[in-house]
Design a protein around this ligand. Structure first.
Ligand code: VNL
Length: 390
């Protein structure tokens, strides 16, 4: 116990010293981008990194007289590894900003490093509401599950869906989605008759979908993390839920643009709510999608890419505002309250909560020119994270 305390104190001292040194550094501005580049969530790492590199290619790597350097590290979505990498990046590389964070447990494990070293930590992907409360140095450009789960619970009962089974991945974002969807559906006169949770690692959806089938609800509401949607959709069809007249609704993570096209016609007509679709109809998005696909062998950008792209913009603008002279606290202050047009639509960073405020769209999967897209048909404007008001 005592030894542990001594080690922790030493680490904290090293981190603080490192953050001080960061100020005195030469002309470099270093961004430590920690992502799952291998393992089951590698697609998230790939999307965020590609978007960050695109932003730099489009905006140059010299900002306010500083040479911006992106240091990309793979944490294989293991929280201990994320934390250790962050510590090394702060102490040895003297990074000015930590960024990335593909999943909630990875962001939560690293939060103390941001606090101790006074280093801004930009969450570009993870989406459990409570993450921004884990450190005053955390700023988020992705989204939160409560933020996107409420809108579909408003849409469903107006469209004949009253009796619902929820099926979510059993960790932070899934539990947020389950809770906020259920509360709102019940408020609207609907009913959640059963709440099922699937493990994060190696999920087998089949037994859960069988239960859904037996419950005979109007619909199943689902949250699964980016990358897992194709397997769910396949088993949904194999178990004959679509033929039994059970609808699938959810947050847009399940019809992720990264893999939507590979899902086939079973995805047609699926209605979800989310903050980004590659089909978002704006000049800024058309430009973004075109440039991203061109730079990445025709890979379609998904919501993870947009979180990474906007996160880089947030960092660049903060660096400009502080004229390259500020430490962690000055950068953090310059990130709060930023407002700009993202490929997803207008967004801003709430100065109080450090969380992103954005439009949430209701979308339906449709075929356009032989390809599947989430086509937006309704917009709820400027949605704050409802998780912060409780
Ligand atoms: C999380 C949330 C991860 C939503 C996701 O995909 C996602 C998270 C990897 O907070 O862990 O789609």
């Amino acid at each position: 116990m005592q030894k542990r305390t001594v080690i922790q104190a030493a680490v904290a001292a090293a981190l603080l010293a490192a953050s001080g040194l960061g100020l005195a550094q030469d002309n470099k501005f270093k961004i430590g981008l920690i992502l799952p580049m291998t393992g089951p969530f590698a697609s998230t790492g790939k999307q965020v990194e590609a978007a960050a590199r695109l932003y730099m290619a489009q905006n140059g790597d010299t900002v306010a007289g500083k040479k911006v350097e992106l240091i990309v590290k793979d944490d294989a979505s293991t929280p201990d590894v994320t934390k250790r990498i962050a510590q090394e990046l702060v102490v040895n590389e003297k990074v000015n900003v930590l960024a990335g964070f593909g999943l909630t447990p990875l962001a939560l494990a690293t939060a103390p490093i941001a606090t101790q070293s006074k280093t801004p930590l930009v969450v570009m992907a993870a989406a459990t509401s409570s993450i921004t409360q884990a450190s005053p140095y955390i700023v988020r450009t992705s989204f939160t599950l409560p933020q996107v789960s409420v809108a579909i619970a408003d849409w469903a009962p107006k469209n004949g869906i009253k009796k619902v089974v929820t099926l979510v991945t059993d960790y932070g974002p899934g539990i947020d989605a389950e809770k906020y969807f259920k509360e709102r559906l019940q408020f609207n006169g609907g009913q959640v008759v059963e709440s099922l949770r699937v493990p994060l690692r190696n999920p087998d959806f089949a037994p859960f979908l069988q239960k859904v089938r037996d419950d005979k609800p109007d619909a199943v509401f689902t949250f699964v993390p980016s990358g897992a949607g194709a397997a769910l959709m396949k088993q949904f069809a194999e178990r004959g839920l679509d033929k039994a007249g059970i609808k699938l609704i959810g947050t847009g993570d399940v019809t992720d643009d990264d893999i939507l096209n590979s899902m086939g016609d079973v995805a047609l007509g699926v209605v979800t709510s989310h903050h980004y679709s590659a089909a978002h109809n704006s000049p800024a998005n058309k430009k973004f999608v075109e440039a991203f696909m061109k730079a990445n062998n025709n890979l379609r950008p998904n919501f993870m890419a947009v979180g990474g792209y906007d996160g880089m913009r947030l960092i660049y603008e903060a660096l400009k505002k502080t004229r390259g002279a500020g430490g962690g606290d000055a950068l953090l202050a310059a990130m709060k309250g930023q407002i700009f047009e993202s490929p997803r639509g207008p967004i801003y960073i709430d100065a109080q909560t450090r969380d992103v405020v954005q439009n949430v769209y209701i979308r339906k999967v449709e075929k356009k020119d032989g390809q599947l897209y989430n086509v937006e048909f309704d917009t709820i404007k400027d949605v704050k994270d409802p998780g912060k008001s409780k």
